[in-house]
Design a protein around this ligand. Structure first.
Ligand SMILES: Nc1nc2c(c(=O)[nH]1)N[C@H]1C(S)=C(S)[C@@H](COP(=O)(O)OP(=O)(O)OC[C@H]3O[C@@H](n4cnc5c(N)ncnc54)[C@H](O)[C@@H]3O)O[C@H]1N2
Ligand code: MOO
Ligand SMILES: [Mg+2]
Length: 387
């Protein structure tokens, strides 16, 4: 059996080279950016007035002038004006260009306007650039503003639109099918016999994949019947980039999957990892159809832990245990935890890896390395949040 670190390396080595596609900006929410995004001009592109009021020159204010004849009005979306005489002012509206010759803005709340004169009514320290969003202060032409790999949210779409990206390159979603295997599994809207289970795993796995950002995910079920498993594989490996199976990979008499994959020409890279839970995990590649095959253990906790540890791991971070844990086995131990605001972890240890009900209050799990037996509150451990 191989270690967690080795398994991670193997999976990385055989992961897809991402394909990209160009799509219209309005359809990019939730997609992964596949190109660097640069500013196509300084931002803001003008000295932008930030308050409705008057624009004056500081020199006049310093000379003691407090009453200014109004010589014009500037509004957003109009060409820049010029303050020709610094003993006058120009009325300015938020979003307009600061008139050249003016260098600070006084909001209307501090001004009384009467018969074409603006009288400043509030004495305060005034500085050049007061209420002016200075040209180029956010970023400069050519600057990288969003790196590739970013999952695009509303804030990113605003930036992209600002810099003229009407279309952009995003990662093409990989096509995924999650397949529950098992004779004991019935649809969730049916009433199970005591020896039957509702197909819960595929819903948990699909939801995790979707919330992580894999958007093209279907679910399916096959019973433990070799002919049906083979026929299903033959009909599904071409159209999908990734087939994720749940169950059927361990030592049982009806755990047929590894043998069938081998027969179908899938190259096996992993069968068994030194970890708890998730020891029987399987990973291989069908080089004819370029399909990655992932066999997750059927136990609900094991399947979810494996999926997150190896595939949904972009946002893992370090924190500390709130109580020490001892674990003797020569395995990496993944412990479900609840996390607090200080990144401290309270273990929520399930009865076994079938006990997923215990995990309803957990936020993710920590990874306790294989080469240790005692895990103290003074060490940092990696945490993987649930998706
Ligand atoms: N002799 C051995 N037996 C087992 C070993 C072993 O090393 N030697 N490993 C154990 C471990 S660890 C795990 S984990 C499981 C993995 O088993 P499989 O991947 O073969 O999965 P199944 O046998 O099909 O199912 C296991 C368990 O999970 C339930 N299940 C399966 N699919 C679903 C689903 N879609 N929704 C809800 N629950 C599901 C299933 O009913 C079983 O109870 O093997 C141990 N055995
Ligand atoms: O590893 Mo199994 O995944 O312990 O139940
Ligand atoms: Mg089994």
């Amino acid at each position: 059996m191989i270690t967690v670190e080795r398994a991670e390396q193997i999976i990385k080595n055989h992961w897809f080279s991402t394909k990209s596609e160009e799509i219209a900006l309005e359809y990019c929410a939730g997609k992964i950016l596949a190109e660097p995004v640069y500013a196509d001009r300084d931002y803001p592109p003008i000295n932008r007035v930030m308050m409705d009021g008057i624009a004056i020159n500081k020199k006049a204010y310093d000379l003691g002038l407090r009453a200014f004849p109004i010589s014009g009005m500037a509004t957003a979306g109009t060409a820049p004006l010029q303050l020709e005489n610094i003993e006058t002012c120009i009325e300015v509206m938020t979003g307009c260009v600061l008139p050249s010759g003016a260098n600070l803005v006084i909001p209307y709340e501090q001004v009384h306007i009467h018969q074409g004169m603006a009288n400043i009514t509030v004495e305060t320290d005034r500085n050049v650039q007061d209420f002016v969003h200075q040209e180029g202060s956010d970023c400069h032409l050519g600057e990288l503003v969003i790196p590739p790999g970013t999952k695009l949210k509303g804030i990113h779409l605003g930036i992209l639109a600002s810099f003229g990206y009407s279309k952009l390159l995003v990662e093409k979603p990989i096509k995924i099918k999650v397949i529950a295997t098992g004779d004991e599994l019935i649809p969730i809207d049916q009433k199970p016999q005591s020896y039957q289970l509702r197909r819960s795993n595929v819903y948990a796995l699909k939801a995790s994949l979707l919330s992580y950002g894999y958007l093209d995910v279907e679910i399916d079920h096959i019973p433990d019947i070799p002919e049906l498993i083979i026929a299903h594989y033959q009909g599904n490996h071409q159209p999908y980039d990734l087939l994720i199976y749940s169950g059927g990979i361990s030592q049982g008499k009806r755990d047929y999957l590894p043998e069938i994959w081998q027969k179908m020409g899938v190259v096996e890279y992993i069968h068994g990892v030194k970890q708890k839970p998730g020891k029987p995990m399987w990973f291989g590649v069908d080089n004819q159809s370029n399909t990655v095959i992932l066999g997750l253990p059927g136990n609900p906790v094991s399947g979810l832990v494996c999926l997150h540890r190896y595939f949904l791991n972009r946002t893992s971070f370090y924190g500390r245990l709130q109580q020490p844990i001892t674990f003797q086995a020569d395995l990496t131990y993944f412990v479900p935890v609840k996390i607090n605001a200080k990144r401290e972890f309270t273990p929520i240890i399930p009865e076994n890896s079938g006990d997923f009900v215990a995990l309803a209050g957990s936020d993710g799990f920590v990874e306790l390395p294989q080469d240790q037996k005692v895990f103290t509150t003074a060490e940092d451990f990696l945490f993987y949040p649930w998706y």
